[in-house]
Design a protein around this ligand. Sequence first.
Ligand code: AMP
Ligand code: MG
Length: 276
Amino acid sequence: MGERPSSKDCAKACRVDPGAPFSLKDFDPDDRRFFEDEDDAKDSWRDDSEEIDKLQDKLFAEGKRALLIVLQGIDCAGKGGTIRRVFNATGPRGVRVAAFGKPTDRELSHDYLWRVHQVVPPRGFIGVFDRSHYEDVLIVKVRELAPADAVEKRYDQINAFEKHLVENDVAIVKFMLHMSKEEQARRLQDRLDTPKKRWKFNPSDLEERKLWDDYAAAYEEALQRCSTKHAPWHVVPSDNKERRSAIVARIVRGALEDMDPKYPDTGYKPEDYVIS
Ligand code: AMP
Ligand code: MG
């Protein structure tokens, strides 16, 4: 087994530097530099998921802060599989997953952040967003579902919203699962070929696939304008499921270690009590 890269090294290699020029082309979706061997990657996310559970227990006991993980990626990039692996050992009591689909009429009658703010994790919890408010500058921009001048204002609004959350004890880490167009073709075909995966296939995914370059441009703009010191974006090589999960798990574990949650001081002496 090779030596594992540190959380910090993974985060640094994947991070979109705030304010710096950024192109997705500089990120290889099949980057193997951290986990050459797939089995090492699997062992790594398994170990990290156990540690994430222990840290989550402390976060919950402490009850003062939350961690929000934002997952974005094109269809088949593996948002669901990442959640399943990275949190496979975490007690379900402490993790809340929110998936964002096409907004309902009621949601559309409010501002676009309304449905998002409601499901931000409360203190003590880890919240995972499977898609997020970023759809409002991704599909909404590409499909022109809102006026261009309204979308243009959203980058600053999102930064202000996230800053507000961070200042109110919600740490934020964002991941874009970066997959190649060839790998998406393989996974879409697999959904058609494998009976138990057929339910995942949606013909509309093929329509989105035709807009691949428009989505890439929308992602580049969103990640460049909304990667901030307080809520950084990470681009995760995602052509391989184990390596992808290993990198996300490393960075999530690192984020929790940086938060350094502590079991609270109970204020009593256990020896003062006798259980009869
Ligand atoms: P899935 O994640 O495969 O269940 O698909 C959810 C779909 O909802 C995706 O095509 C998203 O792009 C779409 N979606 C999510 N948020 C929005 C939004 N704010 N406006 C329009 N479509 C959205
Ligand atoms: Mg889908």
